[in-house]
Design a protein. Structure first.
Length: 189
């Protein structure tokens, strides 16, 4: 992704938040789509050019409303509707990055993808010497990450204050920080 290009991020949880920030840092225009208005507000603070509620029309309609023609589409939600929206909105030559892990097998219309000349990019492999320095540099360009992870928990509180809320309602923090040497909680700095 380069400056002047358009990108879409579907799903702005912990990983989607960082993708949004990194994509905006390249100088790209970024549309973020999610079900949560609170997460979309976070996406705006992280540099999203435009945001949309996932249920408010199709992705194609949302892109038209934002005046965007995405070069790169990140599917981060891991949901079947999220992936379907990316596949229906991707134009020939687009790059599709399926970050979210799909819970069911997905039919791959390889012939259509070949004719559309999509580039599909996997996301699991990381080369420490190449990826970590740039990730740390990007993190250092923003002074305050407390809107992403405002509290640091000790190990005794992980199950009750981090994992249980994720199972119930998605939790209150986008990311959870854990300090194994901490007793109690503290604000993240």
């Amino acid at each position: 992704l380069r400056a002047g290009q358009d990108a879409v991020v579907i799903g702005v949880g912990g990983i989607g938040a960082f993708i949004t920030f990194a994509a905006a840092a390249t100088g790209a225009r970024v549309l973020v789509v999610d079900l949560s208005g609170e997460r979309l507000e976070l996406a705006r603070r992280l540099g999203a050019t435009a945001t949309a509620i996932a249920s408010d029309g199709t992705l194609t309609e949302q892109l038209e409303a934002a005046g965007m023609d995405p070069d790169v589409l990140f599917e981060v939600s891991g949901s079947a509707p999220g992936l379907a929206s990316v596949l229906s909105a991707a134009k020939p030559g687009a790059t599709i990055v399926p970050v979210g892990i799909q819970k069911a097998d997905v039919a791959v219309p390889l012939g259509a993808w070949t004719l559309a000349e999509y580039t599909i990019v996997g996301t699991v492999a990381h080369v420490f010497r190449d990826d970590i320095p740039e990730a740390v540099r990007l993190l250092g360009t923003r002074d305050d990450w407390s809107d992403v992870a405002g509290t640091v928990l000790d190990l005794d509180r992980v199950a009750e204050e981090a994992l249980a809320p994720l199972l119930r309602d998605g939790g209150t923090q986008t990311k959870t920080l854990i300090d194994p040497w901490l007793t109690g909680t503290r604000p993240a700095v």
